[in-house]
Design a binder for this molecule. Structure first.
Ligand code: AGP
Length: 369
């Protein structure tokens, strides 16, 4: 009913707008602002087991799998531990190579996804140590794991996952930071800058949410499109996948997420004047490369919607429209860039008159195999 939606027309919009508070709740008691440090207790309590692992394997489905792709980059870069990211449904049916020296991180909002639960049971039976990152307290996956951390973002009702994704990325960042500090693989100054920046994320998300009207306006221009491409590189590549999934789920527009540099290996053939291309083009180490990817699209008359860092004067000149986002540290960028993509998908679906909270053919948790 209207009451549970807190005045918002849909749960999805409410959940998008809750994100600054959710991320704050997720970090509560884990990030100590004065001491400038992060402590995820499940990591500290199991540090010998985690640090003796030869590799980590992340298993998840859908949006949670996208969070896992970001987790891989965070853990590899901070902790120098190799990480594989697997669709739970592929992993479990493959007789995977897994043993006592592995740590499996299972990510699931609902904690009830059948394939993820089965992947956990399989890995456990082979002696792996299982760490859960879930939202629903006391659900099946947290009960089946050895340890874990809840994301604490509150119940997510909209079928399209929003706040759970940013909560998962936040926990993965805290996990990587806690472990890296224990292992001694992270530069102290860099560690402090990431911790401090994590603390700023809720405020910066609030700033992003102020773009809501602008994104609603922009969405009207694109409801005609039958296809969308989403591009990003590095930490923005999983964000592109997630943006495309959101659009598919609720607006029924076909969308592909691609690593921007892969365009020239095939998908660029799709580009014409009808094709909207969403590019996450915020300031980072690959900025110049993304800029040339955009030029390639413009040369083929694609319509570029670019998400840039505030103050960008270069990409905003070439793109058909550009949306400015607050600056943040590269590894935390997904927490900022995901939010406008959620809003874009939401408004396009609303423009098309779709049932945003209950999209056709989808269930909130997939308990069938
Ligand atoms: C995302 O918007 C989805 N509806 C879906 O992909 C979801 O993320 C997936 O089914 C995994 O669910 P879980 O996190 O509850 O395991």
């Amino acid at each position: 009913g209207q009451l549970e939606k807190g005045g918002y027309p849909h749960f999805m919009l409410k959940e998008i707008f809750e994100q600054p508070d959710c991320i704050h709740d997720c970090m509560r008691g884990r990030i100590n602002v004065d001491a400038d440090n992060v402590v995820l207790s499940a990591v500290i309590d199991n540090k010998e087991r985690l640090l003796s692992a030869k590799r980590f394997i992340i298993v998840a489905c859908g949006t949670s799998w996208h969070a896992g792709l970001i987790g891989k980059q965070l853990i590899e870069s901070f902790c120098r531990i190799p990480v594989e990211v697997e669709y739970a449904s592929e992993f479990r049916y493959r007789d995977p190579v897994i043993n006592e020296q592995d740590v499996v991180i299972a990510i699931s909002q609902s904690g009830e996804t059948a394939d993820t639960l089965a992947a956990v049971e399989l890995a456990k039976s082979r002696g792996a140590f299982i760490y859960g990152i879930c939202n629903a307290i006391g659900s099946s996956i947290p009960r089946a794991t050895h340890t874990g951390s809840y994301i604490h973002v509150g119940p997510e009702i909209g079928v399209a996952s929003t706040k759970a994704f940013t909560g998962q990325v936040t926990v993965l960042a805290m996990l990587a930071l806690t472990l890296a500090k224990e292992k001694g693989t992270i530069d102290e100054r860099y560690y402090l800058s990431v911790v401090r920046e994590l603390n700023q994320i809720p405020e910066k998300m609030k700033e992003v949410l102020k773009l809501n009207d602008k994104l609603a306006e922009l969405s009207k221009t694109f409801t005609y499109a039958h296809n969308f491409i989403y591009l990003g590189r590095g930490y923005s590549y999983p964000v592109a996948l997630e943006g495309a999934l959101k659009l598919k789920e609720i607006s029924y527009i076909h969308a592909e997420g691609y690593p921007a540099a892969e365009m020239k290996h095939g998908p660029i053939a799709l580009i014409d004047a009808e094709m909207p291309v969403v590019v996450i083009a915020t300031q980072n180490a690959l900025y110049e490369k993304v800029l040339s990817n955009i030029q390639e699209i413009k040369a083929r008359k694609g319509r570029v919607i670019a998400f840039v860092t505030k103050g960008d004067t270069v990409i905003s000149q070439i793109a058909d429209c550009s949306i400015e986002l607050p600056e943040t540290i590269e590894c935390l960028n997904p927490l900022i860039t995901t939010v406008p993509l959620q809003l874009l998908a939401y408004h396009i679906a609303v423009c098309k008159g779709m049932d945003v909270d209950q999209p056709r053919n989808l269930a909130k948790s997939v308990t069938v195999e």
